[in-house]
Design a protein around this ligand. Structure first.
Ligand code: ZN
Length: 341
């Protein structure tokens, strides 16, 4: 039954992923005209931007850094960003006056900037997720090395400890880039966010396989991890240096996510793990939260959209998840200590 639900969800996601590309907002002729005008003059209506003011930087006599290609590129990026944002705000105001709802621009809903941050709510929740992972990792560390019995060589009994340490680092890295990307959406931050999310999903899939199939032998672990690592590396090279194909990337991410959620859920049921209910909460709620990514609604008051809400749901789930990891460490340790006596 659960299987069928997931396969259905997977099909739904993959079919919708194809449709959600392309945006109506940036195809609008009024928006295009505004953007073209802004690129030429550096102004949208009364508003003018210093980023689009070329005369001071490029003319002779400016500081050395003002002559640098990197600086000029940075200014150009800033100018494009300002023009896009203010033309969008103008267009949306006009659309609202005519009773039209918001549309997407360059793949994104029209958000209100707060203190120069593009999507402040998503940034806040990303930072909160990062903090939750740090808290979870810290409590896991304290449990492992200060509360549970240690082997004679001062190492933990729990055989998956190092895998979870890496998991914590990979997760925190991913949420860091998520908050950077939602603060400022440029090509670089977008690629960093997407790449680190793929790394996290790929790594956690490897971890799920190793834990669920009780792979403890080093050689066997490498055998399992190698093909997946090769695939993840290829995919990251593809989206960074060949083409950032959103539809394809979404499919890759959803498949990796669904496979690991299914693995955990089935494993917990089959093995009768004492904390299986925690796993099931994370799997069911995590699966439902994924629907938010599919039923993508425009931001409420220009701030809270489906994506931000999705980042919000993973905050409590991360807490339960690390609580499960701690339980697993306790469970395995007590079994191993019993065996060694
Ligand atoms: Zn995000």
């Amino acid at each position: 039954m659960v299987d069928r639900y997931w396969i259905g969800l997977l099909l739904l996601v993959s079919s919708l992923a194809g449709i959600s590309d392309g945006s109506a907002g940036d195809a609008d002729p009024f928006y295009r005209a505004c953007f073209g005008e802004c690129q030429r003059t550096g102004c949208v209506g009364e508003l003018c931007f210093s980023h689009c003011n070329w005369s001071e930087g490029i003319s002779s006599g400016g500081s050395w850094y003002m002559q640098e290609p990197l600086y000029i590129r940075w200014k150009l990026l800033g100018c494009i960003g300002e023009c896009r944002y203010h033309c969008m705000v103008d267009r949306e105001k006009a659309r609202q006056e005519h009773g039209h709802g918001p549309v997407k621009y360059h793949g994104k809903w029209p958000f209100k900037r707060v203190l120069g941050i593009q999507e402040p709510v998503s940034v806040a929740f990303s930072a909160l997720n990062l903090a939750m992972h740090f808290h979870g990792w810290l409590s896991f560390f304290i449990l492992l090395y200060y509360k549970l019995p240690l082997k004679q060589d001062k190492k933990a009994y729990y055989q998956y400890a190092s895998l979870w340490h890496i998991y914590a680092l990979v997760s925190m890295n991913s949420w860091l880039w998520s908050s950077v990307f939602h603060s400022r959406d440029i090509e670089l931050t977008e690629k960093l966010d997407y790449s680190s999310a793929v790394v996290l999903l790929g790594y956690s899939l490897i971890l799920a396989i190793l834990r669920c199939f009780n792979v403890r032998d080093e050689a066997a672990r490498v055998m399992v991890a190698a093909p997946l690592l090769a695939f993840v590396t290829t995919h990251i090279l593809f989206i960074n240096f060949y083409k950032l194909d959103y539809g394809w990337n979404m499919k890759v991410c959803v498949v990796m996510a669904v496979v690991q959620l299914l693995l955990w859920a089935i494993w917990a049921g089959v093995t009768g793990h004492p904390s299986r209910w925690k796993l099931w909460i994370v799997v069911v709620a995590g699966g439902l939260a994924m629907l938010l990514e599919i039923y993508d609604f425009p931001p409420y008051k220009g701030l809270l959209d489906a994506h931000a809400l999705w980042h919000a749901t993973t905050v409590p789930l991360t807490f339960i998840w690390w609580s499960f990891i701690r339980d697993d460490a306790k469970f395995c340790t007590s079994n191993l200590v019993k065996k060694s006596k």
